[in-house]
Design a protein around this ligand. Structure first.
Ligand code: FAD
Length: 318
């Protein structure tokens, strides 16, 4: 079922959902089930699975020369989605990224998703490879999420890359995109970033999932900006509880967000990592209660495949 239908059917009740990372290469599907099982009692109507672009590693040969080798650390998004749908009978939402795909490969991936009965996709540009200073599009692929979105919209209209319009089957993907309440880090300002978000919605995106934030006014201001500018699709807040003191530095660095002073002060005062975890959960429970008051359609957790903290929050909220 489409995410927009899940939200409509909930008639204003806030839903619970979460995101998983594919396990690192060589691990089995059971790691995924272990990350899902503790959260199923909160009835997620959908579960997201991230996609990770290939990266480079350097292999040293006997003669000392280094060889640059392409390496995919977390493969299997499409197969994991199929396994989740089969086992739990919930919708799986694969993330689809520009990086690492030609347009033909994207089309083939979408045909596979449609064949598997996957109704929703979250289309993204994707992160830069660690070895690259900034995002480098794959030759023959897309440079921005909006271009990838256009390809999926075309397939929804029966337009494929190399086929006639009349003979092509129409897919029916419900397409989501990313939104940044605190601005995407590469955008020169919020207005410019917002213009590109609006473009994605005008082109056919049916829901937005936000980057994580720790201050709900960032979400409410963002929703207000969207509504005032004609974006009326559901805006799903992405949430992540703090689980270690290191995240005080790593989360702002990786996700380009501001931590409220009360939260950073609180973490600094904690005497152990256990206390930090408890504070992170407490903060998130408070955030969730407010977001429900604000009318958030879904509380969507970035579990990083560690279900424990999210379970504690869901127990307090749902
Ligand atoms: P875009 O919408 O393409 O925007 C990227 C930047 O370019 C922005 O600064 C925007 O303002 C600007 N821009 C957009 N269009 C244009 C244009 N036409 N001309 C000039 N500038 C433009 N990454 C992964 O690798 N895998 C994942 O599974 C994944 N899941 C995510 C899920 C969510 C909910 C979020 C919020 C992020 C996720 N990411 C993931 C990270 C995401 O890929 C990065 O944040 C990436 O840097 C931007 O992706 P985007 O889809 O927002 O890109």
């Amino acid at each position: 079922m489409k995410i927009t239908d899940h939200i409509a059917n909930a008639k204003g009740k806030t839903l619970f959902s979460f995101e998983l990372l594919p396990p690192v290469k060589g691990k089995s599907i059971h790691g995924i089930y272990d990350a899902i099982d503790p959260l199923m009692e909160f009835k997620p109507p959908f579960i997201d699975v991230t996609y990770h672009r290939e990266d480079y590693i350097y292999k040293q040969h006997d003669n000392g020369l280094l060889e640059k080798v392409s390496y995919r650390k977390r493969p299997g998004t499409v197969a994991i989605c199929a396994a989740i749908m089969n086992r739990y009978k919930v919708d799986a939402v694969p993330h689809l990224i520009c990086g690492g795909f030609t347009k033909e490969e994207t089309e083939n991936a979408l045909i596979d998703l449609q064949f598997l009965g996957i109704d929703n996709v979250l289309v993204l540009r994707g992160d830069a490879r660690h070895a690259d200073a900034s995002f480098i599009p794959t030759p023959g692929g897309h440079a921005y999420a909006s271009e990838l979105l256009e390809q999926v919209c075309n397939m929804n209209s029966g337009i494929y890359l190399h086929e006639d319009h009349d003979t092509s089957y129409k897919t029916d993907f419900c397409i989501g995109v990313a939104g940044y309440p605190e601005k995407h880090f590469e955008a020169p300002n919020m207005q410019t970033d917002f213009k590109f978000l609006k473009k994605k919605v005008d082109m056919g995106a049916k829901f937005i999932v936000t980057q994580m934030f720790f201050d709900n006014t960032k979400y409410s201001d963002f929703v207000k900006l969207c509504r005032e500018n004609g974006i009326d699709v559901p805006i799903i807040p992405g949430l992540k509880p703090i689980t270690s003191s290191k995240q005080l530095i790593s989360l702002p660095k990786i996700f380009h967000l501001d931590m409220p002073e009360a939260l950073s002060d609180g973490i600094q005062k904690c005497k152990s990592e256990k206390e930090v975890k408890e504070l992170g959960i407490e903060w998130m429970i408070h955030q969730c209660k407010e977001l429900i008051q604000l009318g958030a359609p879904v509380l969507h957790f970035y579990t990083m495949s560690n279900p424990g903290p999210t379970r504690k929050i869901a127990e307090a909220i749902f």
